[in-house]
Write a protein of this length. Structure first.
Length: 64
């Protein structure tokens, strides 16, 4: 089946829109992973704050 010259750009534009919409669907997954990582890191820091800050202070004092 032969496409007319006017339908070519329209067909291509529709394909680009479909691809853009498909790629956008993964963004919420990455946002969820990022938020979960921040929550887990914050929880660990709250629980072990004294140990983490002590370790960092000792380590930084050795090299400075």
């Amino acid at each position: 089946m032969k496409r007319s010259s006017r339908m070519g750009p329209l067909w291509w534009a529709a394909r680009v829109r479909v691809r853009a919409r498909d790629e956008r669907g993964d963004v919420p997954g990455w946002v969820m992973i990022t938020v979960m990582t921040i929550v887990i890191a914050s929880a660990i820091l709250l629980i072990f704050q004294e140990r983490v800050t002590g370790f960092l202070n000792e380590t930084l004092n050795e090299y400075m």
